[in-house]
Design a protein around this ligand. Structure first.
Ligand code: UFG
Length: 340
């Protein structure tokens, strides 16, 4: 019998890559997704890659009744990975309630439905945004968390606090919160990748769309930061490396290897690249010249963020394997694939 894992948001960017890795590691997967920022085609693409068609259920997790029904039906699952959430930082500033309602109701409905049905393992899709503006670098899991700059970020921090309370009160329930740095890249098959709805929010889809002419010009937000070339530094991580870390976290919980009821891990490479590093690497990797212009700083951006990777290495035995060149090449291949 295969272990069954429920993946909310399994048609999304990180979710879909994780579903592939789970299937390749012999897990049975049930995807719950309302397709609000993803496509049903992803399920077929997962099938094309793995030869397995995961069970797909279209449910809005804000709907408590429907959520309960699905979890009751799949009470033989051992674990839930919760990706389903809105994630656009700027939109969350403009429409905070949309973010609090969606991200928090979905979380609350998921963890109550699963625990009522005896599914007591949970992996949460968190973000380095919970560290706010860190005082020291690299960021370790002991670095103090702070109120994030956006309502989106705050839903991640609040979710971690909810999980802290839950794991303290319900001793059956265990959770791992994975704090991602900057996920980019796409699946090597060219069948899965990031599909931003409308104008992208993040650097990589902006670059690929500026390169193929979808967007006229890439705006680089600020070149007066206290960094080597004045542009902000981030820790970019390949989405497939990230997906692999989820499978390791699943096994850790199922094998009861976790040391605390709620554990936190940073997922990054530990290497910081500036926006100009990414632009230069893109041009060198693809041979395509980018049309870009320096403009004002973007509100809420911090100069530098990169992870300390020691804890994930020691406890999960996980290290990111793919470098910036590979991240960029796969993002570009994916961009060309979706436009053909
Ligand atoms: N940038 C540009 N031009 C663009 C887009 C981005 O110059 O068109 C710059 C940003 O100013 C920033 C860097 O590229 O310096 C990276 O920006 P992203 O939007 O790709 O990523 P962020 O670091 O801002 O955001 C990421 C995640 C969020 C998370 C946040 C904080 O996408 O989910 O880190 O941890 F909240």
């Amino acid at each position: 019998m295969k272990n069954k894992v429920i993946v909310t948001g399994g048609c999304g960017y990180i979710g879909s890559h994780t579903v592939v890795e789970l299937i390749e590691n012999n897990f049975e997967v049930v995807i719950i997704d309302d397709l609000s920022n993803s496509s049903k085609k992803t399920v077929e693409r997962i099938h094309d890659i793995t030869g397995v068609l995961p069970n797909f259920i279209n449910v809005d997790l804000k709907n408590e009744l429907e959520t309960n029904t699905v979890f009751k039906k799949h009470k033989d699952a051992q674990l839930v990975i919760h990706f389903a959430a809105h994630k656009a930082v700027g939109e969350s500033v403009a429409e905070p309630l949309k973010y609090y309602q969606n991200n928090l109701y979905s979380l609350l409905n998921t963890i109550s439905a699963q625990s009522q049905n005896g599914i007591n393992n949970f992996i949460f899709s968190s973000s380095a945004t919970v560290y706010g503006l860190p005082e020291t670098l690299p960021i370790t899991e002991k670095t103090k968390t702070q109120r994030p700059f956006s309502p989106y970020g705050n839903t991640k921090k609040m979710a971690e606090e909810i999980l802290d309370d839950l794991t303290k009160s319900n001793h059956e329930f265990s959770a791992i919160s994975l704090r991602y740095f900057n996920p980019i890249g796409a699946h090597e098959s060219g069948l899965l990748g990031e599909l931003p709805n409308g104008i992208p929010n993040n650097l990589m889809p902006y670059i690929t769309q500026a390169a193929n002419g979808n967007i006229e010009k890439l705006m680089v937000y600020g070149n007066d930061y206290p960094t080597k070339d004045g542009t902000p530094i981030r820790d970019y991580i390949h989405v497939v490396d990230l997906a692999k870390a989820h499978v390791i976290a699943v096994k850790r919980l199922l094998n009861k290897e976790h040391e605390k009821p709620l554990e936190f891990f940073n997922l990054g490479t530990g290497i910081g690249y500036s926006v100009m590093d990414v632009i230069n690497c893109f041009e060198n990797t693809t041979g395509v010249k980018l049309n870009y212009e320096f403009t004002e700083r973007r509100a809420g951006d911090v100069p530098q963020l990169y992870a300390a990777t020691t804890l994930a290495q020691e406890k999960l035995g996980w290290t990111a394997e793919k470098g910036l060149h590979e991240m960029i090449k796969s993002s570009w291949d994916w961009e060309n694939n979706i436009n053909n």
